[in-house]
Design a protein around this ligand. Structure first.
Ligand SMILES: *[C@@H]1O[C@H](CO)[C@@H](O)[C@H](O)[C@H]1NC(C)=O
Ligand SMILES: *[C@@H]1O[C@H](CO)[C@@H](O)[C@H](O)[C@H]1NC(C)=O
Ligand SMILES: *[C@@H]1O[C@H](CO)[C@@H](O)[C@H](O)[C@H]1NC(C)=O
Ligand SMILES: *[C@@H]1O[C@H](CO)[C@@H](O)[C@H](O)[C@H]1NC(C)=O
Ligand SMILES: *[C@@H]1O[C@H](CO)[C@@H](O)[C@H](O)[C@H]1NC(C)=O
Length: 894
């Protein structure tokens, strides 16, 4: 069943889908695409998960951003520049997160103009909202995912996303997730998936359902101890023939208990010891260092009975020795042992079952691997065989989220798919005029809507203000105005019997909102109702055409919402922020390119230096020790410059240096080529003689060609054709065919340059004859090389020239024949016409028409040189240029 289900759903995926588990500490992402089946997006270093951290440092006028585990180095040196847990800040106000400072040192959380949180991270020119920073993290994941898709032959398109959220995420937090995802260029958010739901779904996906009894409800429980919160999600699974049901029954939680609690217990001990040994005044840097050490100790103590380390030169150049035993660690956390059971007990009590009724327990979150935690949980659960081993604690949340994304993407539920029933974890209600109206109580099924009467209309009720509440906390309001006027369009039996009704929705993401508004007659008024009128607020068309019909309801456009706490990001700001993020990405890209160039230059420096070292003896035959020393010094300076002084260097500057050094390098390697070349004075003189002979021969050949072409002129002229025009056409045609190259003139240019190089070399030899042996070999080689390069070039082009010439001659020859033939045909036709006027009964000869499809030879400037014999050009000209005049040809081709 498992396989069948996934395969079926996968076949419905055309573009890629990504599921992201963005935790307080770690982030994981999984992609789905055609032929990519639940693949994890690896980090740059090939890891399956990355820290959720980001750090930003000033870099000139720009900033440098580092992500994940790469940020750790920055975090311990510059705690103010590092944000380890942006998730906790989403949709929160500065007042909500005061405890954030207990484990994030040097961070300043400021209030932004939407009442949310913004940070500067120690930067002077920049500030970012929590949503923007979240978007940066998401963009980085997206980049990696796109790279992965491309690397696996899939289209690098990624619009569809689902992400995990805490089951206790508020409306504002959910909105912040949606805003962040949009900023990160994900255009289609499939869902915000509760962590517990994701793990439950993954558990069911992995389960062998063959043994399960149909239609019997079974209970399971996910115990998830994350970094900051602990939740127990009790869910039921009812196997069915079609659409088995996974229902989230209840959630118990402790929002203050998590991995951080454990780290914190060690951190407290360390700070106390530090204060006793050194000073009670701890800098942020030292706090960060100690916190990092505490985190490490917690992990080591899961597998060892003791953790020892020395933080060298921690304070005033003095070391700080640390030792924590597992016993001490457990003693520190006795309260945790007590607290662990609360979420579990509360989840069970809510449904009224005991742990014995639970078939299996899925432990999730890194902290559930801590031995004393695991032991406590085993004791609570009673039967340790109940602890499921079928899910991968690290990845089940990401897997389940991606699976849920796939479900939400598929428009129709297949019989094999699992129906997921999620419930609200909060109460949702309305407040109107100080009175509270419950709408969806805690435990209400998500993806549902309901109508609520907001007001009974009379002449004095013109405005209604509706506040939306989550657990009695108002977060949004709607002011519905002009009700008297708006209700005028609706006619009910009695004047005072109208009401305003709102449709309220608790959507799949468990976001609660007003989705529709209408004014209705009371039900005892609607005897002769025929049809509803949809009032769009504008259409005069609708009202006039349907005015005669009776109706019990008219729709009222939704007024703009007022956000009472944190405001979402509005469209115009959103666009601005997107540009800001794109600019930062561009700069990152430029920096990567600059860095690559810098590395290339550095590589070249070492290459040149090594080349000189390895080939010193040979090089000295061609150049002086002084020149080489100078070059070595230059390279040394460059290496030093790169290391110490080039931080502000622009791309062009480094590129200039790279090109300069490249030239010098090729000069050095050219010395190698001089080996075995005859650079003696006799050798050079012989070269001049040979070179001149060669020049003469090639020139002679060129003249032969030119004469052969010129010989065509009288033949054309004698038939009354204009030779220069026809020649130009042929030459233009050939030139186009050969990418703009006319071989004859190219060879002429080459031999002219060659001739002048030989002359230069002769002059050089003449003026240096007496001091030949004291000349630098490289100066002689300079002339030698110019000549020998010219010869190579000449020989290469000669072949092309011969071929080109042959083609030209053939074309001219054909051209002439063709022109003559047309002339004859034209004359024949003229004669026939004359004959026709004398004897009108005679029909036109179709054969001659067909044989001469092109009426006017001058109409096709380039294509027409070849006719009949050569296929390609002709058929093109026939089809494209003159279809109308060549009906028979067209017909034949059909
Ligand atoms: C939808 O909500 C209404 C009102 O709260 C409730 O009566 C109804 O049972 C809900 N539907 C489902 C499928 O839960
Ligand atoms: C939400 O409800 C609608 C209408 O009842 C249904 O078509 C849709 O499949 C539901 N969506 C989910 C994700 O359950
Ligand atoms: C409302 O009607 C006016 C005039 O008929 C038109 O210009 C305008 O675009 C309409 N507005 C909407 C929202 O349809
Ligand atoms: C007006 O109503 C007619 C008939 O119902 C319809 O064909 C037309 O498209 C409507 N025009 C507008 C602007 O809605
Ligand atoms: C987001 O997408 C737009 C349009 O494709 C692109 O111009 C922009 O650079 C993207 N933003 C980032 C940060 O990559």
């Amino acid at each position: 069943m498992k396989l069948l289900l996934v395969c079926y759903l996968l076949s419905t995926v055309l573009s890629a889908i990504i599921g992201i588990d963005f935790g307080q500490q770690y982030a994981k992402a999984i992609v789905l695409a055609p032929n990519i089946n639940f693949e994890i997006v690896l980090t740059q270093t090939g890891k399956r998960k990355d820290l959720s951290s980001i750090a930003m440092r000033p870099l000139g006028d720009d900033i440098e951003r580092v992500y994940g585990s790469d940020a750790i180095g920055v975090c311990s040196r510059f705690p103010q520049s590092c944000l380890n847990d942006v998730k906790s800040l989403l949709g929160r106000t500065t007042k909500d997160v005061e405890s954030f400072y207990d484990s994030h040192f040097g961070i300043d959380l400021l209030e932004d103009d939407r009442n949310g949180i913004k940070l500067t991270l120690g930067l002077t020119n920049y500030e970012f909202s929590a949503e923007e920073i979240m978007a940066m993290n998401l963009l980085q994941i997206r980049e990696r995912a796109l790279g992965f898709l491309e690397g696996h032959g899939a289209l690098p398109l990624l619009d569809d996303v689902a992400i995990t959220v805490s089951p206790f995420a508020t409306q504002e937090t959910k909105q912040a997730y949606l805003d962040s995802l949009k900023l990160a260029n994900f255009t289609n958010v499939l869902g915000l998936v509760d962590e517990g739901t994701a793990v439950a779904l993954n558990f069911i996906m992995n389960r062998n359902l063959v043994d399960d009894e149909t239609d019997v409800k079974q209970y399971h429980l996910v115990y998830d101890m994350g970094a900051g919160t602990t939740t127990a999600t009790l869910f039921s699974f009812t196997p069915k023939q079609e659409n088995s049901i996974l229902e989230i029954e209840s959630i118990g939680y402790d929002s203050g208990l998590g991995g951080k609690t454990l780290t914190n217990s060690i951190y407290q001990v360390l700070t106390k010891q530090f204060a006793e040994k050194f000073t009670p005044e701890l800098s942020n840097k030292i706090k960060s260092k100690l916190y990092e050490t505490a985190e490490k100790a917690k992990i080591i103590l899961s597998a060892n009975s003791e953790y020892r380390t020395t933080l060298e030169s921690l304070y005033n150049d003095e070391d700080f020795k640390i030792s924590v035993t597992r016993d001490e660690f457990e003693k520190l956390n006795q309260q945790v042992v007590q607290d662990l059971q609360k979420p579990l007990v509360s989840a069970l009590n809510h449904v009224g079952i005991s742990i014995d009724d639970v078939k299996s327990v899925i432990l999730n979150g890194g902290s559930t691997r801590v031995p004393f935690i695991q032991n406590t949980l085993k004791t609570l659960i009673g039967n340790k065989d109940k602890i499921s081993k079928s899910v991968n604690t690290d990845e089940s949340c990401a897997l389940g989220t991606t699976y849920r994304a796939l479900q939400l993407k598929s428009a129709f539920m297949q019989p094999s798919d699992i129906k997921v029933i999620e419930k609200s974890n909060f109460d949702y209600s309305l407040r109107i005029d100080g009175e509270t109206i419950p709408v969806f109580d805690i435990g209400s099924v998500a993806n549902n809507s309901t109508d609520v009467t907001l007001a009974v209309l009379d002449k004095s009720t013109d405005t209604v203000v509706v506040e939306l509440l989550e657990n009695e906390r108002a977060y949004k309001s709607y002011e519905i105005t002009d009700l008297v006027k708006k209700s005028d369009k609706l006619t009910c039996k009695s004047k005072e019997s109208k009401k305003v009704v709102g449709t309220f929705e608790l959507d799949v993401n468990k976001m609660f909102d007003l989705s529709k508004l209408h004014i209705q007659c009371f039900s005892d008024d609607v005897e002769d109702v025929e049809e509803e009128i949809v009032e769009t607020g504008n259409s005069t068309n609708g009202t006039t055409s349907k005015a005669s019909k009776k109706s019990n309801s008219i729709y009222v456009p939704l007024p703009k919402a007022t956000h009472l706490t944190i405001k979402p990001i509005i469209r115009s700001v959103h666009d601005k922020l997107k540009r800001k993020l794109a600019k930062l990405s561009d700069k990152d890209q430029q920096r990567v390119e600059l860095n690559n160039l810098r590395n290339s230059l550095e590589g070249l420096c070492y290459e040149v230096r090594n080349y000189i070292e390895d080939n010193l003896d040979q090089l000295l035959e061609f150049t002086t020790q002084d020149d080489l020393d100078e070059l070595v010094q230059e390279v040394r300076d460059l290496i030093e410059w790169l290391e110490f002084d080039s931080d502000d260097a622009k791309y062009a500057e480094i590129d200039g240096k790279f090109k300069q050094l490249s030239e010098k390098k090729s000069e050095l390697t050219s010395y190698q080529e001089m080996q075995g070349k005859d650079l003696s004075i006799t050798g050079m003189k012989k070269f001049h003689v040979d070179g001149n002979t060669m020049y003469d021969k090639v020139l002679e050949r060129v003249h032969e060609f030119e004469n052969e072409i010129a010989d065509f002129e009288p033949k054309f002229v004698s038939e009354d054709f204009e030779f220069s025009k026809e020649l130009e056409r042929v030459e233009t045609y050939l030139k186009n065919k050969n990418d703009g190259v006319d071989y004859l003139s190219k060879v002429k240019d080459i031999i002219t340059t060659f001739k002048s190089n030989v002359a230069d070399s002769e002059k050089f030899v003449k003026s240096n004859e007496k001091k030949w042996d004291s000349l630098m070999k490289k100066d002689i080689y300079h002339h030698y090389k110019k000549m020998s390069d010219g010869i190579v070039e000449m020989l290469t082009e000669l072949i092309s020239m011969e071929l080109g010439h042959k083609e030209k001659v053939e074309m001219l020859d054909n051209k002439l024949k063709q022109l003559v033939k047309r002339k004859t045909q034209k004359e024949a036709r003229l004669k026939q016409k004359q004959k026709k006027t004398e004897e009108p009964a005679d029909p036109v000869d179709p054969v001659s028409e067909k044989a001469d499809p092109v009426e006017d030879p001058t109409a096709e400037p380039i294509e027409d040189p070849v006719v009949e014999e050569s296929s390609e050009i002709e058929s093109e000209s026939v089809q494209d240029a003159e279809p109308a005049s060549t009906p028979e040809v067209e017909h034949d081709e059909l």
